[in-house]
Design a protein around this ligand. Structure first.
Ligand SMILES: NC(=O)c1ccc[n+]([C@@H]2O[C@H](COP(=O)([O-])OP(=O)(O)OC[C@H]3O[C@@H](n4cnc5c(N)ncnc54)[C@H](OP(=O)(O)O)[C@@H]3O)[C@@H](O)[C@H]2O)c1
Length: 248
């Protein structure tokens, strides 16, 4: 074994946007793996409330807007009081887009950037400061998108935010000097409320371009998130694409 400090598996993980879609799948998977999970979204869905009921000692949920930093801070404090110190963060909450750039209002661009880029940077800063202040090591997984690497019409501002998070992933991994493992997972398109705006022609096109012959499933993304949070690896500062080679 080398002298490089090891980052132990995360045992208390904060998941933003854990109420539905991929976020809910990540929360469910981490609970199955025995992890304690704090999850928030603007609305606590019945599915998330059910998990909180089923695992009262291992789940903390709340209705928090990720752009409301004081609310996110209060949620983190309450979660730590209940579950113990957070040593893992999944930045998953995001809003989508379905509008040509020239037809996207300045307010909409601001909302997309605030939710998908500014807020996760703030949340990450908050969590990392608490981890470092407590002398803890930890892991961070940013859920970005294939849109950060390939062009898609109607997703200009959204793609910019995801590219920003990919870039932040690399710099934070270097800045933290191995005390934390910081990575991103970039899924291809999968069925969810966010992607429901895509027409069947667009989805068929993506499937045709995908060697594995189907849209990515959330269940094909969650093991990668779990691996980055839990397994002993030296993966750091990377963006792992999960899209069946659609973009290759
Ligand atoms: N679907 C795709 O094809 C696809 C492809 C690549 C990457 N991704 C990425 O995968 C992640 C999950 O996407 P998804 O498809 O599962 O989306 P989704 O079904 O729309 O879920 C998004 C989650 O984020 C929460 N959220 C949104 N705005 C929020 C805010 N201001 N504050 C707190 N929570 C907020 C939502 O809950 P509330 O609305 O109640 O707040 C929900 O829990 C996102 O980062 C997305 O960019 C998606």
């Amino acid at each position: 074994m080398s002298d490089t400090p090891l980052v132990p598996p995360s045992s208390v993980v904060l998941v933003s946007g854990g109420s539905r879609g991929l976020g809910l799948a990540i929360v469910t998977d981490l609970l199955d793996a025995g992890v304690k999970v704090a999850a928030f979204a603007r609305t606590v869905t019945p599915e998330l409330a059910k998990l909180a009921e089923a695992y009262p000692d291992r789940v903390h949920v709340g209705a928090v807007d990720v752009t409301d930093l004081p609310a996110a801070q209060a949620f983190l404090r309450a979660a730590e009081e209940r579950l113990g110190p957070v040593d893992g963060l999944v930045n998953n909450a995001a809003v989508g887009q379905d509008s040509m750039h020239t037809h996207t209002s300045t307010a909409d661009i601001a909302r997309i950037v605030e939710t998908n880029l500014t807020a996760p940077l703030h949340l990450t800063r908050l969590v990392v400061r608490r981890m470092l202040g407590g002398g803890r090591r930890g892991r961070i997984v940013n859920v970005t998108s294939i849109c950060a690497q390939r062009g898609f019409p109607g997703l200009v501002a959204y793609s910019a935010t995801k590219g920003g998070m990919d870039a932040a992933t690399r710099s934070l991994a270097r800045e933290l000097g191995g005390r934390m493992l910081v990575n991103a997972v970039a899924p291809g398109f999968f069925a969810s409320e966010m992607s429901a705006v895509l027409g069947s022609t667009q989805l068929d096109q993506i499937v045709r371009r995908t060697p594995t012959g189907h849209l990515t499933e959330p269940d094909e993304v969650v093991p990668v998130v779990r691996m980055l949070l839990r397994e002993h690896t030296n993966i750091n500062g990377q963006v792992i694409v999960v899209d069946g080679a659609a973009s290759v």
